[in-house]
Design a protein around this ligand. Structure first.
Ligand code: FAD
Length: 316
C-alpha cells in the first residue's frame, strides 16, 4: 500500500501507453514538517484514478469530461449572539423571491455555533452580491449583532458532466456534477458516489488481484444513475416549475404548508429517493386537481400548483 503525503495538488495525469499499463499522476507534494514552504514535484504510477477533486476538477479537464451547467453560491458564516442562535436551534430557513434569487433560494442554516447565510443562482451570476444583501436583509432581525467570520463563494454543479468515465478514470461528487437542483444538496451524493465507486473498483479488481477495466467503472455509474436519476429528474422539474416567478414561489410555499407534502418531502430528503407517499386519500393535495380553481389565484399560480400536484401524484 502506498502512503500518500498529507497534502498533494494534482497537476495532471498521463494515460497508459499499453492497454493494461499504469496511469502516471503528476502532483505537487507539500510537507510543512520539513520546514519547506513550496511544493515538490512528484509522480506516481496507479491502476485507476477517481476524480473527487470538486467542481473545478483537474481530473475532469484531463479526461475531457466536458462542462456542465452550474450555479454560483455565496455564503457568509455569521457568529450571532447566543439568544439569537437559540432561534435556529431546531430550524433552518429558506427564503424565496426575485430579490434573493431569480431561480434558486436564499437560506439561513444553523452550523454548530454560528449560522450560514447564503444564496445561489444559475441565471444571474453577476448579481450574486445583490441577492446576498437581500437575503441578509430578509433575516435582518434574526442575525442582527452578528459578526461575519468567513465568506465562501463557489460553483455548484447542477448537471452531470457529459462524460464521467474514460478508461480507468472516473469522477465522483462535484467533479461528476452530482448536486441536486431545487435543494442544492451535494454532500450526501459526493460521499455516496465515492463509496459506490470504491466498492465497484474493489469488486472489479477482486480485492486487488485483477486489473480493473472501464466496464468496472461503468458499473458504478450505472448503479448510481439507477438509484438517483428519478430524484434528480423530479427536483429538476420542481426547480423549473416553482422557482420561475414570485407567483409560482407563492404556490410552492402554500403547497409546502400541507402535511402530506411535508411528509413526502421529508422522507425523500432523508432516504435520498423519490419516496412513495401515504395512501392517496391522506392529503388534500391528492384531491386538488378535481377541486374547482379558486378565483383569487392567477393562472400562473394555478398552473404551478397543478404541476406540483401531478408531481406529488407521480411520486406517490
Ligand atoms: C456555499 C455553498 C453551500 C453549500 N451548502 C450545502 C448544503 O447545505 N448541503 C449540501 O449537501 N451541499 C451543500 N453544498 C454543496 C456541497 O458543498 C458539495 O456538493 C460537496 O462539498 C461536494 O463534495 P466533493 O468532495 O465532491 O467536492 P469538494 O467538497 O469541493 O472537495 C474537493 C476536494 O478536492 C480538493 N482538490 C481540488 N483540486 C485538487 C487538485 N488538483 N489536487 C488535489 N486536490 C484537489 C479540494 O481541495 C477539496 O478538498 C454547498 C456548496 C456551496 C458552495
Amino acid at each position: 500500500m502506498i502512503k500518500l503525503p498529507a497534502a498533494v495538488l494534482l497537476i495532471r495525469y498521463e494515460a497508459p501507453k499499453e492497454p493494461n499499463g499504469s496511469y502516471v499522476v503528476h502532483y505537487n507534494h507539500y510537507d510543512s514538517s520539513n520546514g519547506k514552504v513550496g511544493g515538490e514535484k512528484r509522480s506516481l504510477e496507479v491502476d485507476a484514478i477517481v476524480g473527487a477533486d470538486g467542481a473545478n476538477s483537474r481530473v475532469a479537464k484531463d479526461m475531457g469530461a466536458g462542462d456542465y451547467e452550474y450555479a454560483i453560491a455565496f455564503q457568509e458564516r455569521v457568529k450571532i449572539p447566543d439568544d439569537k442562535m437559540a432561534y435556529y436551534e431546531e430550524r433552518a430557513e429558506m427564503y424565496v423571491g426575485d430579490d434573493v434569487s431569480p431561480d434558486f433560494y436564499g437560506w439561513v442554516f444553523p452550523k454548530c455555533d454560528h449560522v450560514a447565510v447564503g444564496t445561489g443562482t444559475v441565471t444571474h451570476k453577476a448579481d450574486i452580491k445583490k441577492f446576498q444583501a437581500a437575503t441578509r436583509l430578509r433575516a435582518k432581525d434574526k442575525i442582527e449583532g452578528g459578526r461575519i467570520i468567513r465568506v465562501e463563494a463557489h460553483p455548484i454543479p447542477e448537471h452531470p458532466r457529459p462524460k464521467r468515465v474514460a478508461g480507468r478514470v472516473t469522477l465522483v461528487g462535484d467533479a461528476a456534477g452530482y448536486v441536486t437542483k431545487c435543494s442544492g444538496e451535494g454532500i450526501y451524493f459526493a460521499a455516496k458516489s465515492g463509496r459506490m465507486c470504491a466498492e465497484a473498483i474493489v469488486a472489479g479488481s477482486t480485492n486487488g488481484t485483477r486489473m480493473v477495466e472501464e466496464s468496472d467503472m461503468r458499473k458504478y455509474l450505472a448503479e448510481f444513475d439507477r438509484l438517483y436519476w428519478p430524484t434528480y429528474k423530479v427536483l429538476d422539474i420542481l426547480q423549473k416549475v416553482f422557482y420561475r416567478s414570485n407567483a409560482a414561489r407563492e404556490a410552492f410555499v402554500e403547497m409546502c404548508a400541507d402535511d402530506y407534502v411535508q411528509k413526502m418531502t421529508f422522507d425523500s430528503y432523508l432516504y435520498k429517493r423519490v419516496v412513495p407517499g401515504p395512501p392517496r386519500c391522506a392529503g388534500r393535495w391528492t384531491r386538488s386537481p378535481c377541486e374547482p380553481p379558486s378565483s383569487c389565484h392567477s393562472p400562473e399560480v394555478l398552473e404551478s400548483k397543478l404541476i406540483g400536484v401531478l408531481l406529488v401524484e407521480i411520486r406517490g
